[in-house]
Design a protein around this ligand. Structure first.
Ligand code: NAD
Ligand code: DAU
Length: 349
């Protein structure tokens, strides 16, 4: 069995679904079900006895210790986090609580459990982190590699950087077999529509504006979520304890490029009633404070050492993603009620 924290969120739920599609090894999911966690993401597993869902917090040491001693997982994959940069700017507190203190408590409990294991070397603690810890790049700078200096610029990325440092220290000091991954921007099914790609699809279909921060020329390096999941499975299988791995698909795009691509696909799949392009809905709005200009991942280490390669290009992944949102309007409706509306009013006022 493996323990997956944050397994009801965007990447965590994709990871669990892909895992059980390829393996019979059971999964224990621990998720606090914040606004970003949604048990409906796991609905296709209903009745499947290979998974156990526990509603709880990674910072609840007594709960996590009890789960570890009862279920005896061979690995922990830690997705649980507050993940949205804009929310971290409005209110950093939750990010400190979960990303720093929560990871610390999880590490402490994992260390105590691991200390009692017979086969210590076989255990794995995989910490899922982000490329945002490296800060921002200029247009001519080389892509982030594993040795790039940490220079986080938002409360979100600073909290993730702190958690990465704790994970590193638990390996260095105590020998806990940890691995840290730093991945670029994901997109795909179950992506919460506060993030650029699902927000644009959602707003476009409702005739609302498609907000681009600043000049829209910021660059992100996009990876289809299932490729991130395959990289994590590979790292769990063959990664070296104590190492960090960058994950990315070499798909740098400006935000304007991403949004116009989405408009063009929507024009094809679900044309507007007035036959005009969704591009007409694009609106340039106030920039994000401290907005990082460019991210790019150098993924040569995971490619060379572990033989991992992404299966999707941006062109194939983005079409699959738009199709998924069109086919899953009920899911979108569920997650965009209530608190979501309050957030939108605050953010885009
Ligand atoms: P998400 O916000 O969609 O999901 C986070 C999940 O964690 C939710 O299900 C939430 O309920 C749960 N959670 C939050 N706080 C918790 C706590 N204290 N205890 C237990 N569960 C808790 O995030 P995501 O986009 O799926 O990201 C998952 C991880 O991957 C994060 O650590 C994030 O930093 C990292 N990451 C994300 C991206 C991306 O593009 N989305 C890229 C690289 C790395
Ligand atoms: O790089 C990995 C990171 O990618 C992850 O660690 C984060 O968890 C994840 O949220 C994502 O962070 P970003 O800030 O890059 O993602 P977001 O979708 O919020 O924004 C993508 C880009 O689009 C960014 O440059 C800001 C811009 N943007 C975003 C929104 C929501 C807009 O121009 N308009 C918007 O309305």
């Amino acid at each position: 069995m493996i323990l997956v924290t944050g397994g009801a969120g965007f990447i965590g739920s994709n990871f669990v679904l892909d895992w059980l599609a390829q393996s019979d090894e059971p999964v224990l999911i621990l998720d606090a079900l914040t606004y970003a966690g949604n048990v409906h993401n796991l609905r296709s597993l209903e009745g499947d006895n290979r998974y156990v869902f526990v509603h709880g917090n990674i910072g609840d040491a007594a709960l996590v210790a009890d789960l570890l001693s009862r279920h005896r997982p061979r690995a922990i994959v830690n997705f649980a986090a507050e993940s949205h940069v804009d929310r971290s700017i409005h209110g950093p507190e939750d990010f400190i609580q979960t990303n720093i203190l929560g990871t610390f408590r999880l590490l402490e409990v994992a260390r105590a459990y691991w200390n009692e294991l017979q086969d210590k070397a076989a255990f794995r603690f995989v910490h899922v982190s982000t490329d945002e810890v490296f800060g921002t790049l200029g247009s001519e700078d080389p892509a982030f590699h594993e040795e790039t200096r940490y220079q986080p610029n938002s409360p979100y990325s600073a909290s993730k950087a702190a958690s990465d440092h704790l994970v590193r220290a638990y390996h260095h000091t105590y020998g806990l077999p940890t691995l840290t991954t730093n991945c670029s921007n994901n997109y795909g099914p179950f992506h919460f529509p506060e993030k650029l790609i699902p927000l644009v699809i959602h707003n476009a279909l409702r005739g609302q504006q498609l907000p681009l921060y600043g000049d829209g020329q910021q660059i992100r390096d996009w990876l289809y979520v299932k490729d991130h999941c395959s990289a994590l499975r590979r790292i769990l299988d063959a990664g070296q304890a104590g190492e960090t791995y960058n994950i990315g698909g070499a798909n740098e795009r400006t935000n304007l490029d991403v949004v116009t691509t989405l408009c063009d696909i929507l024009d094809e799949f679900s044309p507007r009633a007035d036959s005009k392009s969704y591009r007409d809905q694009i609106a340039f709005v106030k920039d994000r404070p401290g907005h990082d200009r460019r991210y790019a991942i150098d993924a040569r280490k995971i490619e060379t050492d572990l033989g991992w390669r992404p299966a999707e290009t941006f062109e194939s992944g983005i079409r699959k993603t738009v199709r998924w949102y069109l086919d899953n309007s009920e899911w979108v409706q569920n997650v965009t009620s209530g608190g979501y509306r309050i957030w939108l009013e605050k953010q885009y006022a």
